[in-house]
Design a protein around this ligand. Structure first.
Ligand code: C2E
Ligand code: CA
Ligand code: CA
Length: 801
């Protein structure tokens, strides 16, 4: 127990105080009497007995001062007061004179009686008056002279008046004391209440923090919701809590998590009314008492003996999810503060659900083609692997049919992109109609589609090809009329398990052969083609020689600060100046370079080249600090030498490590193998920045970001495209930026092509932007000229790039 809390005290002075105070009085009176004896005075008196009386008073005084009667019963003290009166009277008489002043000693003692109540005071006053009267009579030898009346009347009246004044005073003091006492008690109670409410607040905050952590981690929505209702009922000490979810198309709301209610059912109609009311406003709603509630009624709640309710809307970025409500059987159970707290919990849930929704869409987008909604290359590869797994068990084979729309480029160029896109969508849906439901139709990009099927024989694969050929019999509608199309089909059939990429390469080779032989044909991959394919793979030796012959060069695409619109860095992008084919983009040769291991020397060359060139600009334009981002493939990172090579390149260029960023894809970090990760960690230790490229594709979960050794992310173009246009994409980018910023990661948006996009990205909190709006990849000398031309401040200044 805290020592500070004082027990309520009795406001009347305690006996000890009275006894001691009386003691002091007795001692002073005795001493004063003795002093009087020493002074010259007229007439009789009895000095010796008076001295005795005085000494007696002093003795009693000292005795009392020493605490002799500290614990004496009240009647003893009353007696001491009476003794005081008697001693005063004795002193008065023995002094032998009515003018000696001894009469005043009555005034000193008698008022003490007041402490023992009014009755005692009256009694002692009467006793004192009698003593006074007696003393006067004795001194005047038994005569009552009228002229003497003044002599006893004045002290007598004085005793009465002083006693009553003292009585008034003590009452007044006692009342003040009692008031102080009760206000102290009130304050103690108020403080106890405040302490309790502070404890409650601390509890609520702790609960909120717990849910916050869970919301950031939990990938399982059901778990998060269950935990939320549990924490709410526990923290608010109620037995009823529910989360209602809005359903699309005005369907009734559902109870998706609850304590005290049935779950996974439709919410009763009256609760839906409550929900409607809450969702319409923007404040949490508190029902003090259902019996007197006028805004809406909820008999179903009252039937459960619920008397008070607090409810808050769960509102996400792209609309409301539903409602969270707590109920109590006590009237007025929820304060405004608790309502606000509930709202914060609802907001927390909303942002977690937002994130989850975004993740689901991202996952879908990362595995599906945006235009047609068909599985993309990544998902197709996964399905091919699974198909081989099954084929082995059932001793069947896997067929991959690659369809390439003949002359699609002409359609696109003559009828426009819009028509081209519509045609591709139509092709996708027609293909899905002609294949079996167990087959997969995927789009690889451009005008290439793939049908994946499990077959018994090559013939069966051809049958599927024939069936797909029927989709071209009907014309495709376009704004300018109808167009007929066809496709060339390359077929690869695998009996033994083989890499999906190899299957596709074979189908591709067969497709080329089909194209060579005219439109609308199908060919199956065979031995002869294997030889041809080998021929085509001669590119590999071309590639190898290209490095020696210096056919590669690096282009630079600037990255801009979205706020200041000044360049903060460049991304290095490699190009191949092929002697006969002209400029070849990295999409065409990087995969081959990766397969063949050529990416290692090529990547090293790009790194050296880029660092050297950027260091050169640094010397020419020292007031424009630039960073350089270099793309790095998984194979490069897997080599232990990589760390050393980066250090060497940095040392040669005299750039500081923090001016270099390495762009890697998520797959590098997700792979089980730990060596790329530890290489990255070592690089970060020396100050090199690590960025995730194409963030959002190849994706597992936002929460996972936390566990990666990272400095920044580059949001993939496919999400950036829709920013400010499509709610879903905007919400995804917002969710990415939010979580990245909370993890102190730099966020750069890729493929920014429009002003409106840029504005929106800035509003969402992106740091950097890169894209055709500013500039495509340009040659180093062009970029240096741009840096020299003027201090870039506005986008207008960049339009000329
Ligand atoms: P990336 O790292 O995602 O590079 C961005 C690509 O988007 C570049 O294509 C760039 O030209 C293009 N781009 C930039 N802004 C826009 C825009 O506003 N709209 C559109 N539609 N596209 C834009 P690029 O240069 O063809 O590079 C393709 C990919 O090749 C790169 O994708 C990167 O993954 C890879 N790559 C390029 N250079 C290297 C390299 O030196 N090493 C490795 N390992 N990979 C490289
Ligand atoms: Ca990149
Ligand atoms: Ca990228």
């Amino acid at each position: 127990m805290g020592g500070k809390t004082s027990a309520p005290r009795d406001p009347t002075p305690n006996r000890r105080h009275i006894a001691r105070s009386l003691g002091l009085l007795f001692a002073i009176e005795g001493t004063l009497g003795e002093v009087w004896l020493l002074l010259p005075h007229k007439g009789g008196g009895h000095p010796l007995p008076l001295l005795l009386v005085c000494a007696l008073a002093q003795a009693v005084g000292v005795w009392l001062r020493r605490g002799a009667l500290d614990r004496a019963p009240v009647w003893v003290l009353k007696l001491v007061v009476a003794v005081g009166t008697v001693l005063a009277a004795a002193g008065f008489v023995l002094s032998g004179s009515t003018t000696s002043g001894f009469a005043f000693f009555f005034l000193w003692v008698t008022p003490y009686a007041v402490y023992f109540g009014l009755r005692q005071a009256a009694l002692q006053t009467a006793f004192a008056a009698l003593n006074l009267l007696g003393a006067l009579l004795l001194l005047d030898h038994g005569h009552m002279v009228t002229a003497d009346v003044g002599q006893w009347l004045l002290p007598g009246a004085a005793i009465v008046v002083v006693s009553s004044i003292v009585y008034q005073l003590t009452r007044e003091l006692g009342r003040a004391d009692r008031e102080r006492l009760s206000s102290e008690r009130d304050r103690a109670e108020a403080e106890a209440r405040r302490a309790a409410s502070e404890r409650e607040r601390a509890r609520r905050e702790a609960a909120m923090a717990r849910l916050g952590r869970l919301a950031l981690r939990a990938s399982d929505r059901a778990l998060l919701l269950e935990e939320t209702v549990r924490v709410l009922t526990e923290t608010l000490r109620v037995r009823h809590c529910s989360i209602l979810e809005l359903r699309p198309d005005d369907a009734p709301m559902h109870v998706i998590a609850a304590v005290g209610f049935e779950r996974d059912t439709e919410a009763p109609a009256d609760e839906q009314r409550l929900a409607g009311y809450v969702l319409a406003g923007d404040e949490p709603v508190i029902v003090w008492e259902w019996a007197s509630e006028r805004r809406f009624t909820a008999p179903s709640l009252r039937a459960r003996e619920i008397r008070a309710t607090a409810a808050a809307a769960i509102r996400g970025r792209s609309g409301a999810f539903g409602l969270i409500a707590v109920h109590s059987s006590d009237v007025g159970a929820f304060s405004g503060e608790e309502g606000q707290w509930l709202q914060s919990i609802a907001d927390l849930l909303a942002s977690a659900l937002d994130r989850e929704r975004s993740e689901a869409v991202m996952r879908h987008q990362s595995l599906h083609d945006a235009l047609t909604g068909l599985p993309n290359r990544a998902l197709l590869f996964d399905r091919i692997e699974h198909a081989f797994g099954r084929a082995q068990r059932f001793e069947s084979a896997v067929a991959v049919l690659l369809l390439d729309v003949d002359g699609f480029k002409t359609v696109n160029d003559s009828l426009g992109h819009q028509a081209g896109d519509e045609l591709l969508i139509e092709v996708g849906s027609r293909l899905q109609e002609v294949v079996r439901s167990s087959d997969t139709v995927a789009r690889l990009g451009g005008d290439e589609f793939v049908v994946l099927a499990e077959v018994e024989s090559d013939e069966e694969a051809f049958e599927i090809a024939e069936r797909t050929a029927t989709i071209w019999e009907q014309p495709f509608s376009a704004a300018s009329g109808e167009v007929f199309c066809s496709a060339s089909v390359g077929i690869a059939v695998g009996r033994k398990s083989q890499a999906p990429a190899k299957m596709l390469r074979e189908a591709d080779a067969a497709m080329y052969r089909a194209k060579e032989r005219g439109r609308g044909r199908s060919e199956i991959f065979d031995e002869e083609m294997r030889k041809d394919a080998f021929e085509r793979l001669r590119t590999e030796s071309d590639l190898r020689r290209a490095l020696e012959r210096g056919e590669f060069h690096v282009l630079y695409q600037p990255i801009f600060d979205v706020e200041s619109l000044r360049p903060i860095g460049v991304e290095a992008l490699v190009r191949w100046q092929h002697p006969s084919r002209g400029i070849v983009g990295p999409v065409e040769f990087i995969p081959l370079a990766e397969e063949t291991g050529l990416i290692v020397p090529l990547g090293r060359w790009v790194l050296e080249q880029a660092l050297a060139e950027v260091a050169g600009w640094g010397r020419r334009f020292p007031d424009i600090p630039l960073r350089v981002a270099v793309n790095v493939s998984a194979q490069q990172l897997a080599r232990p030498e990589f760390l050393h090579e980066v250090r060497q390149a940095l040392a040669r260029s005299d750039l500081t490590p923090d001016q270099l960023g390495l762009e890697i894809t998520e797959s590098v970090l997700i792979k089980e193998s730990s060596s790329p990760r530890s290489t990255l960690e070592a690089l970060r230790d020396i100050g090199v920045k690590v960025l995730i490229d194409d963030f959002g594709t190849g994706y597992s979960s936002l929460a996972r970001l936390k566990s990666f050794p990272l400095d920044g992310i580059k949001i993939d173009r496919c999400f950036v495209d829709g920013v400010g246009v499509e709610d879903e994409d905007t919400a995804i980018v917002a969710a990415i930026v939010e979580i990245a910023r909370s993890l102190h990661l730099q966020v750069i948006a890729e493929g920014v092509e429009g002003e409106a996009q840029l504005e929106r990205l800035a509003a969402l909190g992106c740091h950097g932007a890169q894209g055709y709006l500013f500039s495509g990849p340009v040659r180093g000398d062009a970029f240096a000229a741009f840096l020299a031309s003027e201090k870039p401040r506005t986008t207008a200044a960049l339009a000329g790039l």
